[in-house]
Design a protein around this ligand. Structure first.
Ligand SMILES: [Zn+2]
Length: 245
């Protein structure tokens, strides 16, 4: 058994009902462990602010500590390559795309003049750092986002409950969540729920050791990426198998 499962942890399906769709920057979905870790961090920040104390800021130069998530762990390669027992998001009832929104932005000349001591005669909108932009925003349009995990259902639910939107460009209504639903599957295979999307493809980043003796599972190939939150931190990068798309 490569999973470390604490008392009260069971295989779970977590389902977020979406108002419309969600905007991602990468070809695969948002990680459940990342979502839980950022929520714990937000709670810690709020508590520190209320108590008037400092919290350690995020920095690419310091190795971040691993937060204690209410999830089982997969020992992975048996050394530092361990990961939480949870997948990335999987779109259910997806409307086939591509769906692309565009947003545009231009510098506010009045605001620039208030902020800067001396401005050039013209801040060009056509070139340079302050040029105006039109940016594509790829959308995943689906009814639900689904994650599989092994964890403590009540603790996972308590952390997810306050999250009302996920993904990019949330301020403009993307990724709005109508409700969370968590179902327990005590008879399911914990290894499968820790690694695979419904349908049996690799559903998260994993060291190659995780898939030994599991046959030829569909994956997204080899790459360097984070194994656990904070996924984008340089110290988290490792040679992994990528999720299948
Ligand atoms: Zn694993």
């Amino acid at each position: 058994m490569t999973l470390q499962i604490a008392a009260g942890m069971v295989p779970l399906v977590i389902r977020a009902r979406l108002a419309a769709g969600v905007a991602y920057a990468v070809p695969w979905g948002i990680s459940l462990d990342g979502l839980l870790a950022s929520e714990i961090r937000e709670n810690t920040k709020t508590a520190s602010k209320e108590a008037g104390t400092d919290y350690p800021p995020y920095s690419p130069d310091t190795v971040p500590e691993d937060l204690d998530l209410p999830l089982a762990r997969c020992i992975g390669d048996g050394a530092d390559g361990w990961h939480w027992a949870a997948t990335f998001a999987y779109p259910e009832d997806e409307v086939p795309g591509p769906h692309v929104q565009y947003w545009s932005a231009r510098p506010d000349q009045q605001a620039l003049s208030q902020m800067a001591h001396r401005l050039p005669a013209l801040v060009s909108e056509r070139q340079g750092r302050y040029r105006s932009r039109v940016m594509p925003l790829p959308l995943t349009v689906c009814r639900h986002l689904v994650w599989r995990a092994v964890g403590q259902p009540a603790a996972v639910a308590a952390l997810l409950e306050p999250i009302i939107s996920i993904g990019k460009k949330r301020g403009t209504g993307n990724g709005h969540i109508l409700s969370w639903e968590i179902t327990e599957h005590p008879d399911a295979d914990p290894w499968e729920f820790a690694h695979l999307h419904p349908g049996g493809k690799l559903g998260r980043t994993a060291p190659a050791a995780c898939l030994h003796e599991r046959g030829n599972l569909p994956t997204g190939g080899k790459g360097r990426m984070g194994l656990r939150p904070p996924y984008m931190h340089p110290s988290r990068r490792a040679p992994v198998l990528l999720p299948a798309t």
